[in-house]
Ligand binder design. Structure first.
Ligand SMILES: [Zn+2]
Length: 493
């Protein structure tokens, strides 16, 4: 390996130093860079392309299910933020404030939105007159700021992050529940079908729900280092925001009623989970569904074979492009094939086609899978179908590996020693009966920094909250008191 390609490649190991490895993949694969202010990142073209792809996938589903996009100001007057008390208490330590505009001191401080319920809800109140105005479903793609003093981790922990936030109002509690489950289902779908990451669905324990919410539901993904990532959340807000902001409507009998609201969000943390789940010590690994370039063609030639190799490669590139694949033909003269292989591996292009004079003469192509380097030779004829099949196989390989990691890392424990020991040794999820007392979570959290990340629900969908799954044993795994809820403990990002 030349010095140049060493500098290009990843030097840290995913299994030994996951934190350093992750930071190196993000930077060297050209996804993001650190901004001059701590806690902020610059998203580079390849990183932003991933966000756009995720955005497209989700936005399409939202629009098919009655959601309209809007945009609200990034500033929220302090008096608006104060109207719903839980929001103030929940976000107060993390809010960034604007106190001055130009040379003028502002009469009222403006919060940089940590989330937008407090600015959107009063307008929802204005726009909701009659039951015929409901359901009202709004979504915005934007960034929010939460001033957390933690170490910057691109896409996982940044003071400003990109997300979407959906806000809806409904005439009935049942309507709001249907909304909550629809959105959670769409998040699950985008994680599984677009990011090739299986997730667990459930609710957050009450002490960890969104400020002001009745219930917070979540999809959780298990990373290879044994920590859980909260992938997206969907909140049933009950009537607390509707009451605080007067979201009322005249029902069919002209009686005034208070609406029920929901909010739901997915942030670019999903990209953090994507990078962490599939990538390896050679760099980024992407499922073909989200990869900006799905197929790279690397022609391999000598002076006397250059013309025929390039002609043949271009024809294949054109044919694949016409069929709708995202293709790059790497015909750079100044780089040798070995360098190109390393670079495309680092950048996570799922499928590589190698074309040399032998492939041209035999009317074939050599195909190499990024995740495991598996290679095979196929006929030139039928290349579109062949590439399609290979991309599907690559997706399946990634999904199956992530699914295996998840299935092997859900364990049971029935005593504090056992919970601590199991998470300490294996990471992953430990499921245990729980009495519902936050103190029992604290007892575990103090010792090992693991918390209850999720409680599975019997029925996930429909028009009710659903019941928390009952455990097989009826004693709390921490305190031994009677327990009728099942809880999943894990360390988390
Ligand atoms: Zn307990």
């Amino acid at each position: 390996m030349s010095d140049e390609s060493q500098e290009l490649g990843i030097t840290e190991s995913k299994s030994h130093k996951p934190g350093e490895w992750y930071a190196e993949v993000v930077q060297k694969a050209g996804l993001a860079d650190y901004a001059p202010m701590g806690g902020f990142i610059v998203t580079k073209p390849r990183g932003y392309a991933l966000w756009e792809s995720l955005q497209d996938a989700l936005d399409g589903q939202f629009k098919e299910t009655g959601v309209d996009n809007v945009y609200f100001p990034m500033f929220i007057p302090e008096s608006y933020l104060e109207r719903e008390k839980d929001i103030v208490e929940g976000f107060d330590p993390e809010v960034a404030w604007v106190t001055q505009g130009g040379h003028e001191e502002l009469e009222e401080r403006l919060a940089v939105r940590p989330t937008s319920e407090s600015i959107i809800a009063p307008f929802m109140a204005d726009w909701t007159r009659s039951h015929r105005d409901l359901p009202l479903r709004l979504n915005q793609w934007c960034s929010v700021v939460r001033w957390e003093a933690t170490e910057t981790k691109p896409f996982f922990r940044t003071k400003e992050f990109m997300w979407q936030e959906g806000h809806t109002a409904h005439a009935s509690d049942e309507g709001a529940w249907e909304e909550v489950w629809t959105r959670l289902g769409q998040y699950e779908h985008v994680f599984e079908e677009h990011l090739a990451i299986p997730v667990l669905r459930g609710k957050k324990p009450d002490h960890d729900k969104f400020p002001g919410a009745d219930t917070t539901t979540t999809v959780e993904a298990l990373m290879p280092d044994g920590k859980s990532v909260q992938g997206a959340t969907s909140h049933h807000l009950g009537q607390s925001f509707a009451e605080a902001f007067d979201i009322t409507f005249a029902d069919e009998d002209e009686e005034e009623q208070t609406a029920y609201t929901t909010s739901w969000g997915l942030s670019w943390r999903a990209l953090g989970a994507l990078i962490m789940t599939h990538s390896d010590d050679q760099g980024l690994v992407l499922p073909p569904t989200i990869a900006p370039t799905q197929v790279v063609i690397v022609p391999i030639w000598q002076a006397d074979t250059q013309e025929k190799v390039l002609d043949y490669s271009e024809e294949i590139a054109d044919e694949l492009e016409a069929a709708g694949f995202r293709v790059e033909l790497d015909d750079r003269d100044e780089r040798n094939p070995g360098f190109k292989f390393n670079e495309h591996e680092l950048n996570g292009i799922p499928l590589r086609l190698e074309i040399g004079p032998n492939e041209v003469d035999d009317e074939e192509v050599t195909l190499v899978h990024r995740p495991d380097n598996e290679d095979s030779v196929a006929d030139r004829e039928g290349i579109v179908d062949t590439v399609d099949e290979h991309l599907e196989t690559i997706f399946d390989k990634l999904y199956e590996a992530a699914e295996e990691n998840l299935e092997e890392n859900v364990r049971e424990a029935h005593s504090p020693e056992n919970i601590l020991g199991t998470i300490g040794k294996h990471g992953g999820y430990v499921k245990t009966p729980w009495c519902g007392d936050q103190a029992c979570e604290e007892a575990i959290k103090e010792k090992i920094a693991a918390e209850i990340v999720m409680q599975p629900l019997e029925e996930q969908g429909g028009s009710t909250a659903g019941e928390v799954v009952e455990p097989d044993h009826d004693e709390c795994g921490v305190c031994g008191e009677p327990a009728d809820e099942l809880a999943y403990f894990a360390k988390s990002y």
